[in-house]
Write a protein that binds this ligand. Structure first.
Ligand SMILES: Cc1cc2nc3c(=O)[nH]c(=O)nc-3n(C[C@H](O)[C@H](O)[C@H](O)COP(=O)(O)OP(=O)(O)OC[C@H]3O[C@@H](n4cnc5c(N)ncnc54)[C@H](O)[C@@H]3O)c2cc1C
Length: 375
């Protein structure tokens, strides 16, 4: 019998596992190894080379969660021996910074977190960030280091390594059933194993609801997300080495709320800019087969064209070798902040990372563990 079973080995489940095991709880954390797109059963929101990390957020509490997580990155890297963090700063670009979700709370966040953004009027942007095209017309708000980007797969591996060092059991399987009883919870996996615990933390991202694991419903939607990788030469990538991560309140009929990371070397050895965004062509899923079909073979053509156009507009001096788009998934709550709560007296769930909480997964995992522990 475990004290806590954590379902999901993403940034949040791994964060919960790290904190719970550090507190001395006997825990198991369950989630599959990454499967190929063509044959996957469950995917994840963090299978990528980079996720932006920054203090800009939709409210002060989320900014504080991010700051706490950022402060722990080097500790996790040192304990695990796995590097995942690059503090290159982040730059928000918008014609209307006050209306941009990531900069509208800037004054409250500056006061609460004790730092100051640096402002760049449109005519100074290319002086400070010469990799950008001239005459874009955007205002810039720069959130310098410790903001930047993380490698989410490596961060999760590091969190799980720390958890295992602290006594956690990692089970590489998919949970098919969660059954709460009066004194304990039973969890069944696709291999047919049955595990029992006093409590469960459910952190399976988009799949918590789609796999039928939520004992009571939590309002959320599951949305397609498209990213486009722009391949460049190693020489171009080296020329862009000082580039920050960026969020762009772009003007487009098709896409909005774009974000991008500097050119990074992907597992295939090539160098890619990555740009993602919302799109008017985004889809919403309420069945597992519907989401599986999107992840395996989603039609991204219209969104890809708009994302390529934005990349070319932002970086006029770059010689692009080719473009590839990839389907992903995010989970949203009605108020745009994650729901961290008890969905049964013995089950705590985290639902709705709203496309922006890989960076804070370690803190959200802590909050979920503390709620589960106190319940
Ligand atoms: C394209 C894209 C770009 C993004 N950009 C950013 C960004 O720049 N910065 C940022 O901070 N965030 C970003 N996000 C959001 C971020 O990736 C998510 O908020 C984060 O991954 C959520 O973590 P999670 O642990 O809740 O879920 P996930 O990362 O989805 O992990 C859930 C885990 O649960 C496992 N699982 C699923 N079902 C089961 C089951 N039945 N049994 C056991 N295990 C199961 C999965 O295998 C997976 O490993 C982005 C997301 C996308 C899709």
């Amino acid at each position: 019998m475990y004290d806590i079973i954590i379902i999901g080995t993403g940034p949040i489940g791994a964060g919960a596992a790290r904190h719970a095991s550090a507190a001395g709880a006997k825990i198991a954390v369950i989630g599959p190894n990454e499967a190929p797109r063509d044959t996957h059963t469950v995917w994840s929101s963090h299978y990528d080379a980079a996720r932006l990390t920054h203090r800009s957020a939709r409210n002060v509490q989320l900014a504080q969660y991010a700051l706490e997580a950022i402060a722990n990155y080097r500790i996790i890297e040192a304990q695990s021996g796995i590097s995942f963090y690059t503090p290159c700063g982040t730059l928000s670009l918008s014609h209307d910074l006050g209306g941009f979700s990531y900069t509208s709370q800037r004054t409250a966040i500056e006061q609460a977190l004790g730092f100051t953004y640096v402002d760049y009027p449109p005519h100074q942007i290319t002086h400070a960030f010469p990799m950008l095209s001239a005459d874009l017309g955007y205002h810039g708000v720069y959130d310098g280091p410790p903001s930047g980007y993380i490698a989410p797969r490596a961060m999760v591996a590091a969190q799980l390594t720390c958890a295992q060092q602290q006594g956690a059991t990692v089970v590489r399987d998919i949970v098919t059933q969660l059954t709460p009883h009066s004194d304990f919870v039973t969890v069944t996996t696709s291999d047919g194993a049955t595990l029992r615990a006093t409590r469960v933390i459910l952190a399976a991202g988009a799949y918590s609801g789609l796999c039928g694991l939520l004992p009571t419903p939590v309002p959320h939607t599951i949305k397609s997300e498209t990213v486009t990788l722009g391949r460049v030469s190693a020489t171009t990538a080296a020329r862009m080495a000082t580039m920050p991560s960026m969020m762009v309140d772009c003007v487009s009929d098709v896409i909005s709320d774009a974000y991008l990371t500097p050119p990074l070397q992907y597992p295939d050895g090539e160098w890619y800019f990555k740009l993602g965004s919302n799109s008017i062509h985004d889809l919403f899923f309420d069945t597992l087969p519907g989401l599986q079909q999107w992840i395996k073979n989603g039609d991204m053509k219209a969104t890809q064209l708009a994302q390529i156009a934005l990349l070319k507009q932002l970086f006029a001096g770059v010689e692009w070798l080719d473009f590839t788009s990839l389907p992903c998934v995010i989970t949203r709550t009605p108020d745009g902040v994650p729901t961290i709560g008890n969905v049964h007296p013995r089950v705590t769930a985290v639902i709705g990372c709203n496309g922006s909480l890989a960076k804070s997964g370690d803190t959200i995992g802590r909050v979920a563990f503390e709620l589960a522990h106190a319940s």
